[in-house]
Each structure stands twice: as structure tokens, then as C-alpha cells.
Design a protein. Sequence first.
Length: 305
Amino acid sequence: MRTRRSLIDLDDLSAQEIESIFEQTSTFEAQPPGRLLEGVDAVNIFFEQSTRTFTSFNLAQLRLGANVVNLSPKDLSLATKGETVEDTMLTLSAMGICIVVVRHPEAGFPRRIASAFDGHVINAGDGAHAHPTQALLDLFTLRDEFGSLEGRTVVIVGDIAHSRVAHSTIRGLAELGADAVLVGPEGFLGDGDAVGGARIERDLDAALAQADAVILLRIQRERFEKMPIDDREYVARYQLDARRLKRLRTHAIVMHPGPYNRGMELDDTVLDFAGWRYARQVHHGVYIRMAVLDLLVNGAPERVR
């Protein structure tokens, strides 16, 4: 039975712990830390492809001095030999593995393995459920830009229904006092209750005028049996382009969790926009994950307890 803390979604963290993670992120970016995870064994298991999250977790673990093993699904006995997930976690626990980072297409899979693993499980994305470290790096990017998020308006555009990033980010924005406005066609988001009580807006042009930040989302075609809107209509109504960039306030920024699709949710003018913060998000992601690993394994610094 699990006795050590895991991070499955943002509600596993208190507001004080989120602040601790942000402080440690700033500290780590200013001065690389020592080998805070010296002798700690970590396993990464990604059942879905990933560039940003997989690489940044690897870098975070290595920079903190952890011993890292990367397992692909085909390496696991449960894939071919009938072993259960619970059996696999028991095996890893018996080997002395301390951390498992997992991405899986099934919502709830990380929590399932956390119940069977005597170590720290970090959810690197499960189905359309949650992606807490991506949400943390997005929130950190916003806070780094604006300071306090209290009273700020963040417009999230696109396939919110299937976005684990959006679901976690909406939780975090509410926790930090920001207002989330969700924009997209009916097939991409339901009513306000279904998305954390955030406000629904169908008119992107109207929403942009009040935005401090815009977070664009990829359309996850792989999660649809039938697309609720065709590409031409989506581009006309919801693509961020040169014309719509002019509607933003002068201080507004644009973000994307990646991968982004040129010609769909954005056009190339966004990539040259002064407020485009994608690269900053990716940069922060390594340090956010370092801070999360440090918090789970070593605990919060005394100053914020």
C-alpha cells in the first residue's frame, strides 16, 4: 500500500505547496541545485508519445542526480506475459524504485498504480483527465509574466473537452484567483459546471479584448469518433491570426502546451508575435518538474511550511 505522496492532479497540492514549487523553480533557474536526488531511483513509463514532457522529466531527474530508467510499454511484462499493473508496481517497489512517472491514455491509470506502489507516482498525463506538471508550468509562466494572477483573465481556446492540460490549468487558475474564459464550439466544451465553473464564451473576438493571456489548445482528433466541426469553420471562428492578434491588449501574451498545429489553431504570425511565450513554457517545464520531484521526495522548505 502506498505510503508516500504522489501528484495525480493539482488538488493533491495545497496553495502553499504550489507556492513552494514556484519559489523552488525560480531558485533552480537562477542557480542550478546540487544533487538533491542523489541515490534516488526513478522509472519513466510513457504509454503515449511525448517530446516535451518525457524529455523534461528526464532532464529534471538527471540534473537532480537521480538514477533514471526509461521503460517503454513493450518492455513491461504486463504487455505480453499476463502480469497485472499491480504486480508490476510491486516488482518496482521491491527493487527500491522511489519514483514512477507515467503517461497513459486511460483516465485514472496513474491513480490506480499509485494505490499499488510504495513510492511517488507523478501523472505525466492520463487520457483527458489531468496533466498537473504542464498546468504548473503554465501557471508559473503566467505568474512570471504578471506577478500575482489575482483578477487576471485567461482565455483558453479549443478542444477543452479532451484537454487534460486545460482541466488541470482551470483548477490552478481558480486556486490562484484568476478568471478562466473558455472559448470553443459546443462539441469541444460543455456547460460551465462541466469545466470547473469557468465562464463559457463562443465568440473568440469578444473574448480576446478582455484577455491578459490566451492559451491555445490542439484539436485532439485521435479522441473523436466524428469531428463536431470541420477545419474550415474552426479556422474561421477560432484560429488566432494576424487580425485577431490586433484585438489583444498591449500586455497580453499567448501560450500553447504543444504540440501546436500551424494553420489550425494558429497561423505563422503568432510565432512572430512579441507576446508568444511557448519557448518560455518549455524552458520553465524542466525546472518546474525539478521542483515537483524535490517537493515529493524531500518535502517543502521550512520557510513555506
